[in-house]
Write a protein that binds this ligand. Sequence first.
Ligand SMILES: [Zn+2]
Length: 70
Amino acid sequence: MANNYDFDDDDKDMKASGGGKFKEFDCPDCHANNPVHEPFGDQDEVRCNYCGTEFRVMLSAEGRVKFKEI
Ligand SMILES: [Zn+2]
């Protein structure tokens, strides 16, 4: 099977796919799902649209994303 990355893949497990960028995140604080206009990656900053908390994106070696409150 060919590795055909689907850019519209709705991956709830938030694993990096196709360049390690994410198009949405679940706020660790209020658990709201936040779609983002600009895909974010490691060391980017994101802000929850619901509670206003800002987080720094930390991408692990396994390609899992973590959020550290700024
Ligand atoms: Zn939030």
